[in-house]
Design a protein around this ligand. Sequence first.
Ligand code: BYC
Length: 329
Amino acid sequence: MYAQLVETGVKRLKSLDEMSAQERAFQQRIDDEIKIEAKNWMPDAYRQTLIRQISQHAHSEIVGMLPEGNWVTRAPTLKRKLQLMAKIQDEAGHGLYLYSAMETLGADRDSEIAKLHNGKAKYSSIFNYPTLSWADMGVVGWLVDGAAIVNQVVLQRTSYGPYSRAMIRICKEESFHQRQGYEMLLTMMRHGTQVQKDMVQDAINRLWWPALMMFGPSDEHSPNSAQSMAWKIKRQSNDELRQRFIDQTIPQLELLGCSVPDPALKWNAERGHYDFGEIQWDEFYEVLKGNGPCNQERVATRRQAIEDGAWVRAAAVAHARKKHNKIAA
Ligand code: BYC
């Protein structure tokens, strides 16, 4: 496996002979499926790759609250409002577990968040698309959380212990999110008016391709994959996970009685998978560069939230100091 990655990786990997004794022992530990913990020695590039991925993952959870937050005050019933608020709070919790996992690698939370606010850090491309109707709340739960689960179930077995353990709890909560989204769509499709059914189809049409882009560039254009697979940070490739997501989502789509905006989508009995059309990678890279429909709005909203909350942080610090001084006196 390792030798094969050395041969085929987009970035050339060090061969076992080129590694120091310490690096070889580290790779052996990974090959033996022993988790890497915060106190263990690790190559700096492994640490940096994890800080990059985990911080981006945490930012995605936090920015991911915004498209849904847009609909809290317009939820159609009390039950739907409570569900949506619970889901958004879960996403905040995921962000916090992930920032904590990132801190175990020596990264500073404030500096990583500052990178999000000055546009230097990435977060999932999907959250740069607007949520235009109530049906988007169902489709985000079903497709966006659904895609996130397919990626995250595998991350439960990632080689870095604190990240892997954070993912176990996150996956449990994401499954609930996916189900509540799907249940909302089933209700609209089975009992809704024609206008509501059209809203569901329209939301799927807008979010289908961006959901497929969540898995990242195709394998031959994914610069980080070979090394991340060798280190078992990633356990399955971007294309494998995208295919799994499509294969498990299409039967659910059929049960809804909806379609996806892809004329090339077709079951391929020989491969045992669905074939699908070309992803518009130009659009993906434009979104990554900051030119998606909502990039500026999302980052500006987060920046504003930090500024608006400055007095709360200052008050908390003042309170903690006062308490500390009392204890010391
Ligand atoms: N969006 O070499 P590659 C959620 C970047 S949120 C933006 O394949 P890698 C939820 C990539 O970072 C779920 N950027 O990279 C929350 C890299 O750039 P850098 C979020 C993307 O890291 C609220 C470059 O493209 N999930 O659950 O090996 C409500 C080349 O890509 C994207 C995670 O973050 C993208 N879609 O693989 C609802 C999962 N794709 O950093 C739901 C954890 C790629 O070199 N992350 N890029 O400048 C991962 O599993 C991996 O980082 C990825 C990318 C599969 C996403």
